[in-house]
Design a protein around this ligand. Structure first.
Ligand SMILES: Nc1nc2c(c(=O)[nH]1)N[C@H]1C(S)=C(S)[C@@H](COP(=O)(O)O)O[C@H]1N2
Ligand SMILES: [Mo]
Length: 368
Protein backbone atom coordinates (compact mmCIF):
# COMPACT_ATOMS: atom_id res chain seq x y z
CA UNK A 1 0.00 0.00 0.00
CA UNK A 2 2.76 2.38 1.02
CA UNK A 3 4.65 1.53 -2.15
CA UNK A 4 1.56 2.46 -4.15
CA UNK A 5 1.11 5.86 -2.53
CA UNK A 6 4.79 6.69 -3.00
CA UNK A 7 4.53 5.68 -6.63
CA UNK A 8 1.44 7.82 -7.08
CA UNK A 9 3.34 10.92 -5.95
CA UNK A 10 6.56 10.00 -7.78
CA UNK A 11 8.58 9.18 -4.67
CA UNK A 12 10.89 6.14 -4.38
CA UNK A 13 9.72 3.00 -2.60
CA UNK A 14 11.95 3.59 0.45
CA UNK A 15 10.28 6.94 1.22
CA UNK A 16 8.95 6.98 4.78
CA UNK A 17 5.22 7.65 4.69
CA UNK A 18 3.71 9.31 7.77
CA UNK A 19 0.24 9.66 6.30
CA UNK A 20 -1.21 8.46 3.02
CA UNK A 21 -4.13 10.85 2.69
CA UNK A 22 -3.18 13.63 2.86
CA UNK A 23 0.23 12.46 1.71
CA UNK A 24 3.02 13.20 4.19
CA UNK A 25 6.40 11.61 3.63
CA UNK A 26 10.13 12.06 4.07
CA UNK A 27 13.25 10.44 2.60
CA UNK A 28 15.48 8.16 4.67
CA UNK A 29 18.07 10.48 6.25
CA UNK A 30 20.98 8.78 4.51
CA UNK A 31 19.53 9.53 1.07
CA UNK A 32 19.05 13.19 1.97
CA UNK A 33 22.72 13.71 2.80
CA UNK A 34 23.98 12.58 -0.59
CA UNK A 35 22.97 15.64 -2.61
CA UNK A 36 23.50 19.34 -1.99
CA UNK A 37 20.41 20.12 -4.07
CA UNK A 38 17.68 17.74 -3.03
CA UNK A 39 16.17 15.96 -6.00
CA UNK A 40 12.40 15.86 -6.41
CA UNK A 41 12.50 12.17 -5.44
CA UNK A 42 14.10 12.96 -2.08
CA UNK A 43 12.19 16.11 -1.21
CA UNK A 44 9.81 15.66 1.73
CA UNK A 45 6.11 16.32 1.37
CA UNK A 46 4.05 18.03 4.06
CA UNK A 47 0.40 18.55 3.31
CA UNK A 48 -2.46 19.40 5.64
CA UNK A 49 -5.09 18.75 2.98
CA UNK A 50 -5.48 16.62 -0.12
CA UNK A 51 -3.47 17.81 -3.14
CA UNK A 52 -5.98 19.95 -5.06
CA UNK A 53 -6.62 19.61 -8.78
CA UNK A 54 -6.59 23.13 -10.09
CA UNK A 55 -8.43 24.15 -13.26
CA UNK A 56 -6.24 25.12 -16.21
CA UNK A 57 -7.40 28.73 -15.91
CA UNK A 58 -6.64 29.07 -12.18
CA UNK A 59 -5.52 32.58 -11.24
CA UNK A 60 -3.68 34.36 -8.47
CA UNK A 61 -5.43 37.23 -6.70
CA UNK A 62 -3.38 39.94 -5.05
CA UNK A 63 -5.58 42.06 -2.84
CA UNK A 64 -6.28 43.44 0.62
CA UNK A 65 -4.67 46.72 1.69
CA UNK A 66 -3.62 47.68 -1.84
CA UNK A 67 -4.47 50.50 -4.22
CA UNK A 68 -5.29 48.30 -7.17
CA UNK A 69 -6.10 44.63 -6.62
CA UNK A 70 -4.93 42.33 -9.39
CA UNK A 71 -6.03 38.98 -10.71
CA UNK A 72 -3.28 37.33 -12.74
CA UNK A 73 -3.36 34.19 -14.78
CA UNK A 74 -0.28 32.02 -14.38
CA UNK A 75 0.70 32.96 -17.95
CA UNK A 76 0.53 36.65 -17.08
CA UNK A 77 2.80 36.05 -14.09
CA UNK A 78 5.46 34.62 -16.36
CA UNK A 79 4.95 36.65 -19.54
CA UNK A 80 7.83 39.00 -18.80
CA UNK A 81 6.08 41.85 -16.98
CA UNK A 82 7.96 40.71 -13.87
CA UNK A 83 11.65 39.75 -14.03
CA UNK A 84 12.28 36.06 -13.41
CA UNK A 85 14.68 35.01 -10.68
CA UNK A 86 16.15 31.86 -9.16
CA UNK A 87 16.82 31.32 -5.49
CA UNK A 88 18.47 28.32 -3.88
CA UNK A 89 16.65 27.82 -0.62
CA UNK A 90 16.19 25.19 2.04
CA UNK A 91 12.70 24.48 3.29
CA UNK A 92 12.45 23.09 6.77
CA UNK A 93 9.26 21.99 8.44
CA UNK A 94 8.76 23.21 12.01
CA UNK A 95 8.06 19.55 12.84
CA UNK A 96 11.38 18.28 11.49
CA UNK A 97 13.09 15.99 14.05
CA UNK A 98 9.92 15.74 16.14
CA UNK A 99 10.67 12.05 16.70
CA UNK A 100 13.45 13.06 19.12
CA UNK A 101 10.96 15.16 21.11
CA UNK A 102 8.47 12.27 21.12
CA UNK A 103 11.20 10.07 22.60
CA UNK A 104 11.20 12.40 25.60
CA UNK A 105 7.44 12.57 25.97
CA UNK A 106 4.69 11.47 23.60
CA UNK A 107 3.07 14.02 21.27
CA UNK A 108 -0.30 12.53 20.35
CA UNK A 109 -1.82 13.47 17.02
CA UNK A 110 1.38 14.75 15.40
CA UNK A 111 3.47 12.81 12.89
CA UNK A 112 6.81 11.51 14.09
CA UNK A 113 8.97 13.29 11.52
CA UNK A 114 12.59 12.22 11.56
CA UNK A 115 15.51 14.15 10.13
CA UNK A 116 14.11 14.31 6.61
CA UNK A 117 11.46 17.06 6.79
CA UNK A 118 13.88 19.44 5.13
CA UNK A 119 15.39 19.84 1.69
CA UNK A 120 17.07 22.33 -0.61
CA UNK A 121 15.96 23.24 -4.11
CA UNK A 122 16.47 25.86 -6.78
CA UNK A 123 13.20 27.74 -7.10
CA UNK A 124 12.39 29.83 -10.16
CA UNK A 125 9.69 32.42 -10.36
CA UNK A 126 9.09 36.10 -9.77
CA UNK A 127 9.85 38.22 -6.76
CA UNK A 128 6.86 38.79 -4.53
CA UNK A 129 8.18 42.36 -4.11
CA UNK A 130 7.62 43.06 -7.81
CA UNK A 131 4.06 41.74 -7.68
CA UNK A 132 3.33 43.79 -4.55
CA UNK A 133 4.76 46.90 -6.22
CA UNK A 134 2.30 46.37 -9.08
CA UNK A 135 -0.73 46.54 -6.76
CA UNK A 136 0.54 49.45 -4.66
CA UNK A 137 0.55 48.55 -0.96
CA UNK A 138 -1.31 50.99 1.27
CA UNK A 139 0.60 52.49 4.19
CA UNK A 140 -1.44 50.41 6.71
CA UNK A 141 -0.22 47.15 5.14
CA UNK A 142 2.14 45.36 7.54
CA UNK A 143 1.87 41.68 6.63
CA UNK A 144 1.57 39.61 3.47
CA UNK A 145 -0.64 36.54 3.76
CA UNK A 146 -0.56 33.57 1.41
CA UNK A 147 -3.64 31.42 1.00
CA UNK A 148 -3.63 28.03 -0.69
CA UNK A 149 -6.31 26.51 -2.89
CA UNK A 150 -7.04 23.32 -0.94
CA UNK A 151 -9.32 22.65 1.98
CA UNK A 152 -7.65 21.21 5.05
CA UNK A 153 -10.13 19.07 6.96
CA UNK A 154 -7.87 18.85 10.02
CA UNK A 155 -8.21 22.59 10.72
CA UNK A 156 -10.81 23.73 13.20
CA UNK A 157 -13.03 24.62 11.38
CA UNK A 158 -11.90 23.08 8.05
CA UNK A 159 -10.42 25.81 5.86
CA UNK A 160 -7.79 26.66 3.29
CA UNK A 161 -4.16 26.44 4.38
CA UNK A 162 -2.45 29.81 4.78
CA UNK A 163 0.06 31.93 6.63
CA UNK A 164 1.62 35.38 6.58
CA UNK A 165 5.02 37.00 6.93
CA UNK A 166 5.79 40.59 7.87
CA UNK A 167 5.63 42.88 4.83
CA UNK A 168 9.28 43.75 5.43
CA UNK A 169 10.18 40.10 4.77
CA UNK A 170 7.72 39.78 1.87
CA UNK A 171 9.51 42.64 0.10
CA UNK A 172 12.94 41.04 0.37
CA UNK A 173 14.49 39.79 -2.88
CA UNK A 174 14.72 36.13 -1.76
CA UNK A 175 10.94 35.73 -1.38
CA UNK A 176 9.49 34.35 -4.60
CA UNK A 177 6.34 33.02 -6.19
CA UNK A 178 7.74 29.92 -7.86
CA UNK A 179 6.60 27.65 -10.68
CA UNK A 180 9.84 25.71 -11.15
CA UNK A 181 11.77 23.45 -8.79
CA UNK A 182 15.26 22.35 -9.85
CA UNK A 183 14.64 23.36 -13.45
CA UNK A 184 11.40 21.38 -13.82
CA UNK A 185 7.80 22.55 -13.66
CA UNK A 186 6.80 22.61 -9.99
CA UNK A 187 5.26 19.17 -9.28
CA UNK A 188 1.73 19.42 -7.96
CA UNK A 189 2.61 17.60 -4.74
CA UNK A 190 5.05 20.46 -4.00
CA UNK A 191 2.48 23.14 -4.75
CA UNK A 192 2.37 23.37 -8.54
CA UNK A 193 1.38 25.27 -10.52
CA UNK A 194 2.45 28.07 -8.15
CA UNK A 195 3.75 28.31 -4.58
CA UNK A 196 5.28 30.89 -2.31
CA UNK A 197 8.86 30.27 -1.22
CA UNK A 198 9.89 32.18 1.89
CA UNK A 199 13.54 31.31 2.57
CA UNK A 200 14.55 31.52 6.22
CA UNK A 201 11.02 30.98 7.54
CA UNK A 202 9.36 27.77 8.71
CA UNK A 203 8.16 25.65 5.78
CA UNK A 204 4.54 26.43 6.65
CA UNK A 205 4.90 29.96 5.26
CA UNK A 206 5.91 28.64 1.83
CA UNK A 207 2.28 28.14 0.88
CA UNK A 208 1.61 25.67 -1.93
CA UNK A 209 -1.13 25.91 -4.59
CA UNK A 210 -1.06 29.63 -4.10
CA UNK A 211 -4.48 31.11 -4.71
CA UNK A 212 -4.39 34.50 -3.03
CA UNK A 213 -1.93 37.00 -1.60
CA UNK A 214 -3.52 39.40 0.85
CA UNK A 215 -1.84 42.48 2.33
CA UNK A 216 -3.06 43.00 5.86
CA UNK A 217 -2.57 45.17 8.92
CA UNK A 218 -2.28 42.07 11.16
CA UNK A 219 -0.84 38.58 10.82
CA UNK A 220 -2.98 35.97 9.03
CA UNK A 221 -5.85 34.91 11.28
CA UNK A 222 -6.45 31.41 9.92
CA UNK A 223 -6.04 28.23 11.96
CA UNK A 224 -2.55 27.43 10.64
CA UNK A 225 -1.08 30.60 12.07
CA UNK A 226 -3.38 31.60 14.90
CA UNK A 227 -3.64 28.16 16.52
CA UNK A 228 -1.12 25.81 14.88
CA UNK A 229 2.59 26.52 14.32
CA UNK A 230 2.90 28.22 17.69
CA UNK A 231 5.21 27.32 20.53
CA UNK A 232 3.09 26.63 23.59
CA UNK A 233 4.18 25.48 27.02
CA UNK A 234 4.04 21.96 28.41
CA UNK A 235 0.55 21.44 29.82
CA UNK A 236 -1.10 23.98 27.52
CA UNK A 237 -3.61 23.11 24.80
CA UNK A 238 -3.44 24.88 21.43
CA UNK A 239 -5.86 27.83 21.35
CA UNK A 240 -6.17 30.89 19.11
CA UNK A 241 -3.47 33.43 19.92
CA UNK A 242 -1.81 31.26 22.56
CA UNK A 243 1.96 30.88 22.57
CA UNK A 244 4.70 32.19 20.34
CA UNK A 245 3.95 32.50 16.64
CA UNK A 246 6.72 30.71 14.75
CA UNK A 247 8.38 32.53 11.88
CA UNK A 248 12.11 32.64 11.26
CA UNK A 249 13.87 29.33 11.49
CA UNK A 250 16.73 28.81 13.93
CA UNK A 251 20.26 27.50 13.57
CA UNK A 252 20.10 23.75 13.11
CA UNK A 253 22.46 20.95 12.15
CA UNK A 254 22.00 17.25 11.73
CA UNK A 255 23.89 14.11 10.86
CA UNK A 256 22.39 12.51 7.76
CA UNK A 257 24.55 9.71 6.55
CA UNK A 258 27.36 7.45 7.35
CA UNK A 259 28.62 5.02 4.72
CA UNK A 260 26.09 2.52 3.46
CA UNK A 261 27.84 -0.61 4.64
CA UNK A 262 28.12 -1.23 8.38
CA UNK A 263 31.45 0.25 9.42
CA UNK A 264 34.41 -2.08 9.95
CA UNK A 265 36.85 -1.48 12.75
CA UNK A 266 39.95 0.38 11.63
CA UNK A 267 38.49 1.58 8.35
CA UNK A 268 37.56 5.24 8.04
CA UNK A 269 33.95 6.25 7.92
CA UNK A 270 32.59 9.36 6.25
CA UNK A 271 29.98 11.24 8.29
CA UNK A 272 27.84 13.73 6.41
CA UNK A 273 25.18 16.18 7.39
CA UNK A 274 23.93 19.71 7.00
CA UNK A 275 23.92 22.92 8.96
CA UNK A 276 21.42 25.69 8.37
CA UNK A 277 21.63 29.15 9.88
CA UNK A 278 18.64 31.29 10.77
CA UNK A 279 17.89 34.99 10.55
CA UNK A 280 20.01 35.59 7.45
CA UNK A 281 23.17 34.60 9.32
CA UNK A 282 25.48 31.94 7.93
CA UNK A 283 27.17 28.84 9.24
CA UNK A 284 30.69 29.46 10.57
CA UNK A 285 31.67 26.02 11.81
CA UNK A 286 30.32 22.54 12.42
CA UNK A 287 31.81 20.47 15.25
CA UNK A 288 31.37 16.72 15.50
CA UNK A 289 31.87 14.57 18.57
CA UNK A 290 32.21 10.79 18.45
CA UNK A 291 32.57 10.36 22.20
CA UNK A 292 29.31 11.71 23.53
CA UNK A 293 30.47 15.34 23.64
CA UNK A 294 33.88 14.97 25.36
CA UNK A 295 35.94 16.04 22.37
CA UNK A 296 34.99 17.76 19.12
CA UNK A 297 36.47 17.92 15.63
CA UNK A 298 35.67 20.55 13.02
CA UNK A 299 33.94 19.08 9.97
CA UNK A 300 34.77 20.14 6.42
CA UNK A 301 32.16 22.57 5.10
CA UNK A 302 31.13 21.70 1.55
CA UNK A 303 29.89 23.99 -1.22
CA UNK A 304 28.39 27.34 -0.19
CA UNK A 305 25.00 27.58 -1.89
CA UNK A 306 24.27 31.09 -0.70
CA UNK A 307 22.60 32.65 2.33
CA UNK A 308 19.27 30.79 2.13
CA UNK A 309 20.52 27.24 1.71
CA UNK A 310 21.92 24.66 4.05
CA UNK A 311 25.63 23.93 4.11
CA UNK A 312 26.52 20.27 3.80
CA UNK A 313 29.51 19.07 5.81
CA UNK A 314 31.57 15.91 5.99
CA UNK A 315 34.09 14.38 8.33
CA UNK A 316 36.12 11.18 8.08
CA UNK A 317 36.42 9.36 11.36
CA UNK A 318 37.81 6.04 12.54
CA UNK A 319 35.81 4.37 15.24
CA UNK A 320 36.81 1.45 17.45
CA UNK A 321 34.40 -1.48 17.83
CA UNK A 322 31.35 -0.74 19.96
CA UNK A 323 28.39 1.64 20.15
CA UNK A 324 29.06 5.29 19.44
CA UNK A 325 26.92 8.34 20.07
CA UNK A 326 27.77 10.90 17.42
CA UNK A 327 26.81 14.55 17.92
CA UNK A 328 27.04 17.48 15.52
CA UNK A 329 26.58 21.12 16.42
CA UNK A 330 26.85 24.20 14.26
CA UNK A 331 27.99 27.72 15.09
CA UNK A 332 26.77 30.75 13.20
CA UNK A 333 28.28 34.11 12.30
CA UNK A 334 26.92 35.59 15.55
CA UNK A 335 28.78 32.97 17.59
CA UNK A 336 25.52 31.24 18.43
CA UNK A 337 25.22 27.48 18.70
CA UNK A 338 22.50 24.87 19.23
CA UNK A 339 21.11 23.62 22.53
CA UNK A 340 22.50 20.27 23.61
CA UNK A 341 19.36 18.35 24.36
CA UNK A 342 15.86 18.17 22.91
CA UNK A 343 14.57 17.74 26.49
CA UNK A 344 14.64 21.47 27.21
CA UNK A 345 12.94 22.18 23.87
CA UNK A 346 9.97 19.84 24.33
CA UNK A 347 6.66 21.53 23.53
CA UNK A 348 3.15 20.08 23.12
CA UNK A 349 3.09 20.36 19.30
CA UNK A 350 6.66 19.21 18.84
CA UNK A 351 8.06 22.11 16.86
CA UNK A 352 11.54 23.59 16.42
CA UNK A 353 13.81 20.80 17.55
CA UNK A 354 17.18 22.40 16.95
CA UNK A 355 19.17 20.36 19.46
CA UNK A 356 22.58 18.94 18.54
CA UNK A 357 22.23 16.51 15.66
CA UNK A 358 22.61 12.94 16.85
CA UNK A 359 23.13 9.48 15.42
CA UNK A 360 24.09 6.14 16.92
CA UNK A 361 26.64 4.06 15.04
CA UNK A 362 27.68 0.59 16.02
CA UNK A 363 30.96 -0.85 14.81
CA UNK A 364 31.27 -4.62 14.84
CA UNK A 365 34.18 -6.22 16.68
CA UNK A 366 37.19 -7.03 14.50
CA UNK A 367 37.16 -10.52 13.01
CA UNK A 368 39.85 -12.71 14.50
N1 LIG B 1 -1.39 25.01 0.56
C1 LIG B 1 -0.53 24.43 1.43
N2 LIG B 1 0.72 24.90 1.52
C2 LIG B 1 1.60 24.35 2.36
C3 LIG B 1 1.22 23.28 3.22
C4 LIG B 1 -0.10 22.81 3.12
O1 LIG B 1 -0.51 21.88 3.81
N3 LIG B 1 -0.95 23.40 2.21
N4 LIG B 1 2.15 22.76 4.10
C5 LIG B 1 3.21 23.67 4.51
C6 LIG B 1 4.24 23.06 5.30
S1 LIG B 1 3.85 22.79 6.92
C7 LIG B 1 5.50 22.80 4.81
S2 LIG B 1 6.71 22.27 5.83
C8 LIG B 1 5.80 22.97 3.38
C9 LIG B 1 6.26 21.67 2.78
O2 LIG B 1 6.53 21.82 1.42
P1 LIG B 1 6.79 20.52 0.52
O3 LIG B 1 5.61 19.61 0.71
O4 LIG B 1 6.94 21.00 -0.87
O5 LIG B 1 8.03 19.90 1.05
O6 LIG B 1 4.68 23.43 2.65
C10 LIG B 1 3.86 24.35 3.32
N5 LIG B 1 2.86 24.83 2.39
MO1 LIG C 1 5.75 22.22 8.02
Amino acid sequence: MIGAVNQRFGKPADTIVHEQDPFNAEPPRGALGREAITSFERFYVRGHGVVPELPADATLRVEGLVDEPLELSFEQLRDGRFPQVEVTATLQCAGNRRVELIAIRDIPGEASWGSGATGTAVWRGVRLADVIAAVGPRPEARHAAFVGAERAEEAKPPQRFGGSVPLEKALRPEVVLAWEMNGEPLPSVHGGPLRAVVPGYIGARSVKWLHRVELRADPFDGYFQETAYRLIRPGEQPAPGLGIELGEILLNADILSADDAPPRPGSPLELRGYALAGGGRSVSRVDVSCDGGETWNAARLLEDLGPWAWRLWSLRVELPPGEHQIFARAWDTSGGTQPESPATLWNPKGYMNTAWGRMRISVAPAES
